[in-house]
Design a protein around this ligand. Structure first.
Ligand SMILES: Cc1cc2nc3c(=O)[nH]c(=O)nc-3n(C[C@H](O)[C@H](O)[C@H](O)COP(=O)(O)OP(=O)(O)OC[C@H]3O[C@@H](n4cnc5c(N)ncnc54)[C@H](O)[C@@H]3O)c2cc1C
Length: 481
C-alpha cells in the first residue's frame, strides 16, 4: 500500500493534533541534541493515549512502516533520530504527559511516558517526596526516554539508575499488543523480568507508554563539600572512607581534574575556585538528610572532613556555607562539558570500568591517547563512585573541527573503546548505544552477547520496524543465508 494510504489512515486515527507533515514543526525533532545526526521522516505522530499508540503501531505493522520513538530528544547517542530515507514515522510521546496516583503513603507514582523529568521532580516535591534521579537534561528528558536509555545521573551512587526506580511498566509491542504491568509486586517469580528487558532497549523492543516509579522522602537538608586531593587514586580512597563514615547520607561523589576546573573558571566569569590552594584533582561530595537527621547533618559533614584530613585523605576542603554556594559548586561540575565545547572540537566517551580499577585506567588511557595523538588533551571527570567517567579528548589547537572529528577524532574513539573493552568495561555507561556506538558495539561486543541481543530483537520485532539501525548490531554477513 502507498504512503498516502498509510498517512490518511494515521490522520484519521490520531486527528489533527496527532499527526503532522509540516517541515517547520518537524525540523527541531529531526536533529539530535548534540547536532551530530540529522534525518528525515514520513510524518511526526503525537498520540494522546496508549490505545492510540497501540492502534498506530498496528497500522505501521500492516503497512511495513518503521517507527522511531522519541521523548524529549535529549539523548546523547542519536537513538531518537530517524535515518535520512524519510520512510520512518517519528513517534513523539510528548503529548502523553499526565501524572497519576502520586501517593505519599506508598511513595509511588504512575507517569505517562511523555512526563518531563523536571515536572515529576516538582510534582513529587509538592507532596513532600522526591524522585531520586536527576541529570543535566532534566528540563527536556521524558520518563519514557529515561527508561528506554536506562539513564543515570549524579544520584546513582545511592539510588541506582532508572532500572532501580521502575516498579511497573506499560508498553506497546511491535504487533500493537499492550503489556500492562503497572502494578508493582515486590515478589513475582513468574519467570523472566520482562519489564527489565524493555528498560534500556532504546525503543527497539517496544514503546513505553507509562511506568510506576519509586519515590523517596524529600531531602530536608544537604551539605555540599569540596575537597582537593593529589590524585584520582586518592579520590578513590576518600570515596571509600566517605562510604564507610557517611553511609546512607552519601548521595553524590563527583571528581574533576585540575584542568577541568581551570577550563570552567575561564568559561564562567562569575565562577570562583572553591579552594584557594591548587590540587591535582577535585572532589564534589553531597551528603543529604531527611527530617529525622537534618539537624545533625552539618556537624556530621564537619566531622567527616576533619577525620579525612586527620587520616591524610585530602589536602584541603571546604563546606558550602549557604544554599547559593552549594549551587555554585554544582554549577562548576555541570559546566565542564559546555566549557570544553567553548574551547573547540572534542570527542566524548561515556565509559565504565570496575570502580577499583578506574584510577589506573584513567592514568593509562590519558597517557596513551595524548602520546599517540600529540597536541590532544584527555580529560576524565564525573561519577567515580559508579566507576563511570566522561572521558573527553580535546583536539589540538587550530585544527579544522569537522575533519578532525571524522579523522583523528573517530580513530581516538575507536582506540578508547578498545581500551575500555580490554579492561572489561563498558563503552556505554549511561548514554546508550543508539546509532553513535552501534558499529563499535558490533566490533567489540562479546559475540555470545550480541547473538542474544539479536535473538531477543528477532523474537519481539521480527519485521524490524521498531527503531531500525539503533542499538542491535546486524548479524555478521557469514550468518546471513
Ligand atoms: C545536558 C544533558 C545532560 C545529560 N546528562 C545525563 C546524565 O548525567 N546521565 C544520563 O544517563 N543521561 C544524561 N543525559 C542524556 C539524556 O537526558 C537521557 O538519555 C534521557 O534519558 C533521554 O530522554 P528523552 O526523553 O530525551 O529521550 P530521547 O532522546 O527522545 O530518546 C532516547 C532514546 O529512547 C528512545 N525512546 C524515547 N522515548 C521512548 C519511549 N516512550 N518508548 C521507547 N523508546 C523511547 C528513543 O527512540 C531513543 O532511542 C543528558 C542529556 C543532556 C541534554
Amino acid at each position: 500500500m502507498s504512503d498516502s494510504a498509510f498517512l490518511d489512515a494515521a490522520a484519521e486515527l490520531l486527528g489533527p493534533r496527532g499527526l503532522t507533515r509540516d517541515p517547520a514543526l518537524m525540523a527541531p525533532w529531526l536533529t539530535d541534541w548534540r547536532g551530530r545526526f540529522s534525518g528525515s521522516a514520513l510524518a511526526m505522530a503525537s498520540p494522546a493515549s496508549t490505545e492510540e499508540v497501540a492502534e498506530l503501531v498496528k497500522l505501521c505493522a500492516r503497512h511495513g512502516v518503521a517507527i522511531v520513538p522519541q521523548g524529549g530528544n535529549s539523548g546523547m547517542s542519536g537513538g531518537a533520530t530517524p535515518d535520512t530515507s524519510g520512510t520512518a514515522l517519528l513517534l513523539s510521546l510528548r503529548r502523553m504527559n499526565h501524572i497519576h496516583d502520586l501517593d505519599r503513603a506508598t511513595r509511588q507514582v504512575v507517569c505517562e511516558a511523555g512526563v518531563v523529568l523536571q515536572t515529576l521532580h516538582e510534582a513529587a516535591e509538592a507532596k513532600g517526596l522526591r524522585f531520586p534521579l536527576t541529570l543535566g537534561g532534566k528540563g527536556s528528558a521524558t520518563i519514557g526516554g529515561l527508561i528506554a536509555t536506562n539513564a543515570g545521573g549524579t544520584q546513582v551512587l545511592r539510588h541506582g539508575s532508572m532500572r532501580a526506580q521502575v516498579l511497573g511498566l506499560e508498553a506497546v509491542l511491535a504487533d500493537g499488543s499492550v503489556v500492562r504491568a503497572l502494578t508493582p509486586l515486590k515478589k513475582d517469580n513468574r519467570g523472566f523480568d520482562l519489564k527489565q528487558l524493555l528498560i534500556g532497549s532504546e525503543g527497539t523492543l517496544g514503546i513505553v507508554t507509562a511506568a510506576t516509579l519509586r519515590l523517596s522522602p524529600a531531602v530536608a537538608a544537604r551539605a555540599v563539600l569540596w575537597a582537593g586531593v593529589p590524585s584520582l587514586e586518592a579520590a578513590r580512597a576518600l570515596l571509600l572512607f566517605c562510604q564507610d563514615a557517611a553511609g546512607d547520607a552519601l548521595e553524590g561523589f563527583e571528581v574533576l581534574p585540575h584542568a577541568a576546573l581551570e577550563a570552567v573558571l575561564a568559561y564562567l566569569p562569575s565562577a570562583r575556585a572553591p579552594l584557594s590552594s591548587a590540587h591535582g584533582w577535585h572532589v564534589l561530595i553531597e551528603l543529604v538528610a531527611d527530617r529525622a537527621t537534618a539537624e545533625t547533618l552539618s556537624a556530621r559533614a564537619e566531622g567527616l572532613l576533619g577525620q579525612a584530613l586527620e587520616h591524610g585523605l585530602l589536602e584541603d576542603a571546604t563546606i558550602a556555607a549557604s544554599e547559593g554556594q552549594a549551587e555554585a559548586f554544582w554549577t562548576i561540575r555541570d559546566s565542564i562539558a559546555p566549557a570544553e565545547r567553548a574551547r573547540g572540537p572534542a570527542v566524548q566517551h561515556d565509559i565504565s570500568v570496575a570502580v577499583d580499577r578506574m584510577p589506573a585506567f584513567v592514568g593509562e588511557a590519558v597517557s596513551a591517547v595524548e602520546a599517540r595523538w600529540p597536541g590532544t588533551q584527555a580529560v576524565a571527570f564525573g561519577h567515580l563512585g559508579d566507576g563511570n567517567v566522561h572521558f573527553h579528548v580535546i583536539a589540538p589547537a587550530g585544527v579544522d573541527g569537522l575533519s578532525w572529528q571524522t579523522g583523528d577524532g573517530k580513530a581516538i574513539s575507536g582506540f578508547v573503546h578498545e581500551m575500555v573493552t580490554q579492561w572489561q568495561g563498558s563503552i556505554s555507561a549511561e548514554h546508550g548505544i543508539g546509532q553513535l556506538k552501534r558499529d563499535d558495539l558490533a566490533r567489540l561486543g562479546d559475540p555470545v552477547v550480541l547473538a542474544m541481543l539479536r535473538a531477543v530483537k528477532d523474537a519481539l520485532d521480527p519485521a524490524g520496524l521498531l527503531n531500525p539501525g539503533k542499538l542491535v548490531p546486524l548479524a555478521p554477513a557469514s550468518d546471513n543465508p
